[in-house]
Design a protein around this ligand. Sequence first.
Ligand code: 5AD
Ligand code: SF4
Length: 494
Amino acid sequence: MYNEIDLHKININSNPPTEEPSRQYYFMAKCRGWVKDFEEQNGRTPTACVTTFGCQMNARDSEKLLGILEAIGFSPTDSEQADFVIYNTCTVRDNANQRVYGRLGVLKRYKKANPRMKVALCGCMMQETTVIEKLKKSYSFIDLIFGTHNIYKFAELLCTSFETERMLIDIWKDTDKIVEDLPVERKYPYKSGINIMFGCNNFCSYCIVPYVRGRERSREPGEIIREIERLVAEGVVEVMLLGQNVNSYGKNLDKPITFAELLREVEKIEGLKRIRFMTSHPKDLSEELIEVIKQSKKICRHLHLPLQSGSTRILERMNRRYTKEQYIELAERIRREIPDMAITTDIIVGFPGETEEDLEETLDVVRKVKYDNAFTFIYSKRTGTPAAAMADQVPEEQVKRGFDRLLKLVQDTAREQVAKYQGQVMEALIEEVAEERQSDDSAVPLVTGRLSNNTIVHVPGDASLIGKIVPVSLDECHGFYYIGHCVLDKKDAE
Ligand code: 5AD
Ligand code: SF4
């Protein structure tokens, strides 16, 4: 594992090893030469900024990028006026792409002021040929571009990029490779995301993810368990198991195992207190999984179960492979078996061919399931997906109207759901010092905690509570969060 490798001991004058991850350690050692030169010339260490767009998978990838940059000798910074800036991009909706183009304009100015600055782009958006064409044509100041499949080669790409003045582009179409044990710089000391699988095989007709993240690949359970054990030894109490469709985890392994079986193994890890996972596809959510969650003391009471649409007709066109009735039945079964389970969802408005009646069906599901939170999206046409070629795109006015109605309903429902726990005492993992939220009495410092069901609670306290799980009384519900207080004295906290 990474901590046991001393980069100084690697002989960079020999040929690079062919096997991974040793090859990447070799290139990290080599990149240190560039850092040393920089330090000699500038009298300071170079700085690096990693900016993340998109989902939790990208956030985790960014921790890996930063881990490598730190191993090489860069000091991390949040400022994009840095010596090295990398954007880890998202392309799930077009506005994510537009934001990147907008911000590249700013980076260009920074680079003019600091010509030694290096700019890199990686992630999902880079897997699109049209994007690469545009970057080559109009953003020639970029030094390095790579995609989602060769992110583990970051050190090697960086090394090659340091040796050339030209734009280096390395995009792979797919990979079946999973490289373990590269350095990671975690954002939070007490919680961490863990990839359990990569890619997606579902091909929902609106979604670009299977094209940019490739086919589904599961990590070996032993590797996952070892990684979590290491994290726990470092002080992590909560893990989030990450995958585009965790419910189909393990199907393509040499020795197949189910997601529920994996969870049982993770549960056994001593010192680990909380387990979360994301995302569950409703079509693959098994009885076995519900049973494992029900029996578990560590699995959090929160399930993210994307609906996308409540109309069976639209669900079929979306290639979701469940009906409105099947979804409702599943949600009701979960609520029956595990009554304190929060259910959240994703919904798309304006999918091609969606009528007012289809939207009514979606609103009906929201009323019936009573989501604890819902992320609502306006349909975005993604080139290359089957839905982009569908003729009956919905007029913007109708989409906007439907979106506003849906948003109001999900907010009202979520408020009601969150308020259910007023006055109760529940355990919260304290995550950070709260931003200023109290209108009066703001002299009392607050910290922000998260309940098992993912609801946020602010309680009086200081930074010493961060990373601890404490019982809190949920005193006042303020819409989507609570103001409460710790029930135990700080010193009694776990
Ligand atoms: N347009 C709008 N929303 C989309 N999503 C995925 N693709 C699109 C698209 N083309 C949403 C889905 C998914 C979430 C991560 O993003 O709701 O669950
Ligand atoms: Fe996209 Fe569907 Fe795969 Fe989710 S399950 S990543 S929405 S294709």
